[in-house]
Design a protein around this ligand. Structure first.
Ligand SMILES: *Cc1c(COP(=O)(O)O)cnc(C)c1O
Length: 398
């Protein structure tokens, strides 16, 4: 037997974390890492946050799981908070981002089909280099061939265009179009921001053609971009939105939010989840919102993000051969490189105990916990500077 007990779908590196302390991870061998990856934009409160731990502990002792066949005071409370702070009127809880996007796709199809108004409308326009998850539906929603390879046929009904290309989007709209699915800020694709003109233009196109506008804020949502949700910074709202990652602060939790109109097809029996929204997950979600959903906390994320971005911009000027630019909002930042980002991320990790995440478009992501202070920025810049100074890019493959 040569297959590993963990199905070998991840190229796992040598870091083997066994403990978290605030913004640091401690590996099995005792090495201490500065965690500016946050489990890929998940650990908003860092590790070992007492409020999150306390909420999960208390809920675990009280009631961990019941079926969605019963009433849910815990779920109603979190759904109400999300409804109060967003465009949405209703929420479906999931265990992951992909499931939240699946629910959004089903919501869009059902909106047109369920009551038979426009059963021919089932296609969704999505964007090149988007990432929406790893289920059959969500890989089909992305144009990335490396995610399709070996899993064909993908689900029909998705059409891809270039991100930020409003004219190309417009050209694809036809009698079968049900909606548009987009990350306002592409995460996996390399921290690429949707332009204001583009996002506003999508809203106008959806209004004009009776389509649902779906935002995938699984990565950029929940305070990461400096506002509760990234869409707030564009001055337009979607009809449906998928969130996950940060909302559980490390506990697996996602949600699909929708307006009453958009959710008109999601009636009894059309959708479900055994675990989705169980009391333990709701306790985690509520605890995260307790901390991040305040004007003071969000202002702090914006201010900290601005300081970190300014430091990064100043720093990359010293290494014009390595780095090209810094992008992003709040504490969702990306450094576009002139060298392959993956080996550089590995160098930062293995030689300077700094964790960041590689992404598409020659970029590495800087996604610290939202609770960092200036001491963490200093530590980050020290490690990054040392890593850049000592970096020798691998020779290109022959
Ligand atoms: C991570 C991510 C997903 C998928 O979330 P999972 O929890 O891994 O299923 C979907 N959309 C975006 C934008 C993401 O960043």
């Amino acid at each position: 037997m040569s297959i590993t007990p963990l199905m070998p779908v991840y190229p796992r590196c040598g870091v083997r974390p066994v403990r978290g302390e605030h913004c640091h991870l401690i590996s099995e061998d005792g090495t201490r890492y500065l965690d500016f990856a946050s489990g890929i934009a998940v650990n908003l409160l860092g590790h070992s946050h007492p409020h999150l731990i306390g909420a999960i502990q208390r809920q675990a002792e009280t009631l961990m799981h019941v079926s969605n066949l019963y009433g849910s005071p815990q779920g109603e409370a979190l759904a109400q908070r999300l409804v109060d702070m967003t465009f949405a009127d209703t929420v479906f809880f999931t265990n992951s981002g992909a499931e939240a996007v699946e629910c959004a796709i089903k919501t869009a199809r059902a909106y047109h089909q369920y009551h038979g108004q426009a059963p021919e409308r089932f296609e969704i326009i999505t964007y090149r280099n988007a990432f929406h998850g790893r289920t059959m539906g969500t890989i089909s929603a992305s144009d990335q061939e490396k995610m399709h390879k070996g899993f064909l046929p993908i689900l029909p009904g998705f059409h891809y265009v270039d991100f930020n290309d409003l004219e190309a989007t417009k050209a694809l709209i036809g009698p079968h179009t049900a909606g548009i699915l987009v990350e306002p800020i592409q995460g996996e694709g390399g921290i690429r921001e949707g332009s204001e003109e583009f996002i506003k233009g999508l809203r106008a196109l959806c209004d004009e053609h009776g389509l649902l506008l779906i935002f995938d804020e699984v990565q950029c949502g929940v305070a990461r971009s400096g506002t509760m949700f990234a869409y707030e910074q564009y001055g337009v709202a979607p009809d449906v939105m998928a969130i996950a990652k940060g909302i559980g602060g490390g506990f697996p939790l996602g949600a699909c939010l929708a307006t009453e109109t958009a959710a008109r097809g999601m009636v009894f029996g059309t959708h479900g989840s055994t675990y989705g929204g169980n009391p333990l997950a709701m306790a985690a979600g509520n605890a995260v919102l307790d901390v991040v959903a305040t004007p003071e906390f969000l202002a702090q994320v914006r201010a900290t993000g601005d300081r970190l971005k300014a430091r990064l911009e100043q720093f990359i000027g010293n290494y014009p051969d390595l780095f090209e630019m810094v992008r992003g909002k709040g504490l969702m930042l990306g450094v576009k490189c002139k060298v392959e980002p993956r080996p550089f991320v590995a160098h930062m990790r293995d030689n300077h105990q700094l964790l960041a995440v590689a992404a598409g478009d020659m970029t590495f992501r800087v996604l610290p916990p939202l609770v960092i202070d200036d001491s963490h920025i200093d530590e980050f810049m020290d490690k990054l500077s040392a890593a850049a100074a000592s970096y020798v890019p691998p020779a290109p493959a022959a």
